[in-house]
Ligand binder design. Structure first.
Ligand code: NAP
Length: 287
């Protein structure tokens, strides 16, 4: 049987339609349009592109975005002050601080300064801790998008061995926590993992999130496994898995790159932001 393509572009478009309806309902209730505040610090062109893509996705469904652009030499104190202003502003539903920030900034302190109810990109320690405990929190956008995609396509998780390659605070760690909450048996791999190939071979589901183009060869992935590629390398238009035709023949499901995880990341951020605005307006949040 051919592998199931987990098409993030298509699913994100479907969810965007449903979100537009929810925004209209929100406006009809007398509430203001949701607002996502985006903070871009420095001159990294890739970050500027990602922020623009998120703003465009907001616009399409009727969410306003407020763009804050700060210089390369911004200090931690100045960024904290900006975040606090947005925390205090009742018109702001969610705050996105685009990662990475310039090296002189204490990024963790700035992430953690975002109020839990506006942490719609899911980057705070509080949010991660609550999520790990199975409590209500906005999950980190990329793993949340992946979980929504797995649920949509009916991928069975309970009891299966999931191997997450990467342990970053915004991707690998929350991904592992979400899969554990979904009753997977989870292995987390990183740069010091021994015999990575053997660990990956033992997976029913692999999430590649290490940030190295085509690092995981197809041969490492078992027959009938589910291959999720969170990596994206625009110059090569590839992810972290060497997703070739032979691999697609053998796996049960896979995410294309591009068009897999990326669109679902943006979708998760804007859906979390919409949910935050619905909560403020006292409207029962959609699922
Ligand atoms: P990151 O912060 O650089 O973390 C990379 C992780 O991979 C680290 O935990 C690192 O291990 C591990 N790693 C690096 N080399 C390895 C190796 N040779 N073997 C095993 N593990 C290794 O990256 P990130 O922010 O999580 O992003 C990862 C990838 O996802 C990137 O390609 C990024 O572009 C992509 N991404 C995509 C989206 C999206 O929307 N699609 C969003 C965010 C990120 P150590 O901890 O030991 O250093």
């Amino acid at each position: 049987m051919p592998a199931l393509e987990l098409n993030g572009s298509r699913l994100a478009a479907e969810r965007a339609e449903a979100m537009s309806v929810r925004v209209s309902q929100l406006l009809r209730s007398g509430a203001q349009a949701p607002v996502l505040a985006t903070i871009l610090v420095g001159e990294d062109p890739a970050s500027a592109t990602y922020v623009r893509m998120k703003q465009n996705a907001c616009r399409k469904i009727g969410i306003d975005s407020r763009a804050i652009v700060l210089g390369q030499d911004t200090t931690t104190e100045a960024l904290l002050e900006q975040i606090e202003q947005l925390n205090q502003d009742p018109s702001v539903s969610g705050i996105l601080l685009q990662h990475p920030v310039p090296g002189q900034i204490d990024e963790r302190a700035c992430f953690d300064a975002i109020r839990a109810e506006k942490d719609t990109d899911g980057v705070t320690c509080t949010g991660f801790g609550r999520l790990s405990m199975g409590l209500d929190a906005y999950g980190s956008a990329t793993p949340t998008g992946i979980m929504r995609m797995l649920a949509h396509y009916g991928i069975e998780l309970s009891g299966r061995h999931a191997v997450v390659v990467g342990r970053s605070p915004i991707l690998g760690k929350p991904m592992a926590a979400m899969l554990l909450n979904a009753n997977c048996t989870v292995s987390i791999c990183h740069s010091r993992t021994r015999d990575l190939a053997d660990v990956v071979r033992s997976a029913d589901l692999v999430v590649a999130a290490l940030g190295r183009p085509r690092f995981i060869p197809g041969e490492w992935i078992a027959d009938d496994a589910v291959a999720i590629d969170a990596g994206y390398h625009p110059a090569d238009r590839c992810g972290d898995i060497d997703l070739n035709a032979a691999l697609i023949e053998r796996v049960s499901a896979y995410t294309p790159v591009p068009g897999g995880v990326g669109p679902m990341t943006i979708s998760a951020l804007i859906e979390n932001t919409l949910q935050a605005a619905e909560r403020t307006a006292g409207i029962h949040p959609g699922s």
